[in-house]
Ligand binder design. Structure first.
Ligand SMILES: C[S@@+](CC[C@H](N)C(=O)[O-])C[C@H]1O[C@@H](n2cnc3c(N)ncnc32)[C@H](O)[C@@H]1O
Length: 274
């Protein structure tokens, strides 16, 4: 394993970050645990096939049609609205985590509000892209179902958008939610999003199942994606009562929950730790 990123020693922090950033693409920080190994492979495929569409899956933007400036402008709009709703102004409001940062769409805008922004992703290629697009944030690869790379109470603000819904099971999503509560400082803010119910199409996911089948048969990913028009994206939901129980068991408190437009039948939860 590797050293924790801690808040109480600049030297340890610098050493840890240097060590993490110094790793080349193709190296793994840790062997992926089995529970996140499949989604990790799927996101690695998506990150290589059509990364910006994998992140914001608008039909009209599939197959490389996202304009990069529009893509990042959408992150600016999302973070601007979020910061207004949290009563935070631009400047240095401390340390923020963008969990499931993808290509850095949200990290880039979070940096206008926080002195330090850490983006964490499960996909090496996503982390590579984020480092290329966004210069002044720290992007780290984490291929485990916990966030042990950070110490307790490390962050002032944690945001996770369109990520928990792509976990392999509800149990994995619950585990990350508990980790968010552990990592946020007392009275800090955590905001995350999760669908509370899936339509039949999302529940069955025939396109993902077929994608996995062809992949297991050894068909190259770009043929499955570009020719067969299948993709590996998985989606889950958790009912609001389940989220409330998870937050409470972890020692957090939901301040507000509201419908969002990040997925159909989706809610965002604003949480603090007393
Ligand atoms: C739909 S994208 C959203 C990216 C970013 N949050 C945004 O809105 O721009 C989901 C991202 O979460 C990452 N991801 C999925 N599961 C993850 C996990 N268990 N840990 C870290 N990152 C994960 C994927 O690699 C992908 O980059």
């Amino acid at each position: 394993m590797f050293e924790k990123v801690t808040g109480n020693s600049n030297r340890t922090l610098a050493r840890s970050v240097f060590k993490l950033l110094g790793m080349g693409v193709g190296q793994h920080l840790v062997t992926p645990t089995s529970v996140v190994a499949a989604p990790q492979r799927e996101w690695e495929d998506l990150a290589r096939l059509d990364p910006l569409w994998g992140i914001l899956s608008e039909k009209s933007k599939q197959f490389g049609k996202w304009d990069v400036a529009d893509f990042f402008a959408s992150g600016q709009a999302e973070i601007g609205a979020l910061m207004r709703s949290c009563g935070l102004s631009a400047g240095d409001n401390g340390r923020a985590l963008d969990f499931g940062c993808g290509a850095g769409r949200l990290s880039k805008s979070l940096r206008c509000y926080f002195g330090q922004v850490y983006g964490v992703d499960i996909s090496e290629e996503m982390v590579r892209l984020a480092r290329g697009y966004v210069r002044d944030c720290t992007f780290l690869l984490n291929q485990t179902d916990d966030l042990k790379l950070f110490q307790d109470n490390f962050f002032d603000f944690i945001y996770s958008s369109i990520v928990l819904q792509h976990q392999p099971t509800g149990e994995v999503a619950r585990r990350y939610i508990a980790e968010f509560v552990r990592l946020v400082r007392p009275n800090g803010i955590v905001v995350f999003q999760m669908p509370y119910k899936l339509s039949l199409r999302y529940a069955i996911q025939p396109r993902r199942r077929l994608y996995s089948l062809f992949r297991r048969l050894g068909v190259p990913p770009d043929f499955i994606y570009n020719k067969l028009r299948l993709d590996p994206m998985r989606t889950i939901s958790l009912p609001s009562e389940d989220i409330a129980a998870t937050v409470s068991a972890a020692g957090g408190r939901i301040l507000r929950s509201y419908s969002d437009n990040l997925h159909r039948r989706s809610m965002s939860y604003l949480v603090t730790k007393p």
